[in-house]
Structure formats: C-alpha cells, structure tokens
Design a protein around this ligand. Sequence first.
Ligand code: ATP
Ligand code: MG
Length: 234
Amino acid sequence: MILEVKNLEVRYGLKKAVDGVSFSMSAGESVGLLGANGAGKSSTLKALLGMLRPSGGEIKILGGEPGSFSNFEKLGFAPEEGVPPDYLSGKEYLSFVSRLKKPSKREHSEEVEELLSWFELDPRKPIREYSKGMKRRITLAQAFLGEPDLVVLDEPLNGLDPLMIVKLRNRLNEKRNKGTGLLYSSHILSEVEKCCSRAIILNEGKLVLDAPLDAIQSEYGSIENAFAKTVGDS
Ligand SMILES: Nc1ncnc2c1ncn2[C@@H]1O[C@H](COP(=O)(O)OP(=O)(O)OP(=O)(O)O)[C@@H](O)[C@H]1O
Ligand SMILES: [Mg+2]
C-alpha cells in the first residue's frame, strides 16, 4: 500500500470537516477524490501531506508519517491555492524545489528545463508576471519533480486552458502506465473518468462511496448519477 488512511478526522474548532474517513491505495492506483464544495477533500489532502494535524485517525503515506522527510522526495503535491514565491523565476523556483527534494542529486537543470518547456513556461520571467493559468502550471510542474511515486493534485484544472487540460491528462496517463500513483481531486467528473480507475466521494466529511469506475458505471449508469445519488440526496 502506498497510502493507508484510517478513521481520519479533521476539525476546525467545533466543525468536523473530515469525519471518520478510511481508504487505502495500492502502488500505481489512480483515484479520483470527489465531493461538493466544502465536503472535506482539501482538508483530507492537507492531512495526508502533513499540512494540518488531524484531530483523529491514522495515516501512513509511502511508508512514513505525513510530512516526514522520508517520503517527501517520493511525493508530489499541487495544492488548490497559493502561489509559489513570486519574486523567483519559474526556473529558480523549480530548481529550488528540486534541490529540496533531492539534495544529493548533482544535476537538477535537465529535469527543470524539461518541465518548464512541457508546461510551456518562460524560465526567466518572475512568477509575479505569470498569468493565472501560468501560476497554476508552475504549481503543477513542481508536483512532478523527482519522478514521485505518488502525485496528489487538488483541483489541478482550475484556470487551465483546454489544450493544457488535454496535455495534462496525457501526462497523467503516461505516468499511470509507468506505475505512478495518482490522487486527483476535481469537480470535472469527465476528466476524473479519463484519468482515474477508481473514485472516492465525500459528503459532509464522510466517505459515501469508494468503488472502481467500471463498477460505478454499471451500478449507477454514470459517475454524474453516482454523484447525484450519494451527494445530492443528503
Ligand atoms: N482553515 C479553515 N478554518 C475553518 N474551517 C475550514 C478551514 N478550511 C476548511 N474549512 C471548512 O471545512 C470544510 C471542508 O473544507 P475543504 O476545504 O476541505 O472542502 P473541499 O471539499 O476541498 O471543498 P472545495 O470543493 O470547495 O475545494 C468546509 O466546511 C470549510 O468551510
Ligand atoms: Mg478544496
């Protein structure tokens, strides 16, 4: 297992944002994390990444505790919000993250150049001069640094143009074929269908469905129906 989550609970004051969520992922699996606004997707992902301390439950990610250095280099994460230090150029920022992730690696520039060119980003321009979609792309680019075993993307498509959406889909499918795990939170169900083989649906902090997409297809007819049934009926 690359990920094991047991009875995860995240509270903000009295509010339980994640309420007893359990699931696991085996190596190379691609899982879509779905749910209405406020369902607890980002809170779940932040807990997995060690960005917030859960109020209950257990998490094991890539063999370690959330936020530990042992799994940091094997994990790629693109948060839904936040901009990298914007006084840096795209190249400076990716080189910085690359060095943090793989301090012993001698040559960082080749991978950095490849990612900048793949995401069609100007290596020299400071990030503050990027457009909204370019800021999203640099956030996504850093998630792929160092060939991670698990890539976690929180609403990666926000602000991306249609061509980049297709390109990202192809990259994710390539990575999948090479055995990279993917945990993909999105509201674009059609895209989740194209990139994932399993879906988890959260509703008001609780896990209400966890099934392979083909099983969802045969039981509900479509992922939209499954979403409407498990989220809409509450
Ligand atoms: N920092 C915070 N302080 C207080 N409450 C928060 C905080 N972050 C999230 N919440 C609350 O926790 C719940 C879950 O939020 P979360 O961001 O995890 O949802 P989400 O599923 O990612 O939603 P979205 O689809 O809008 O991104 C919501 O009720 C939200 O208001
Ligand atoms: Mg969110």
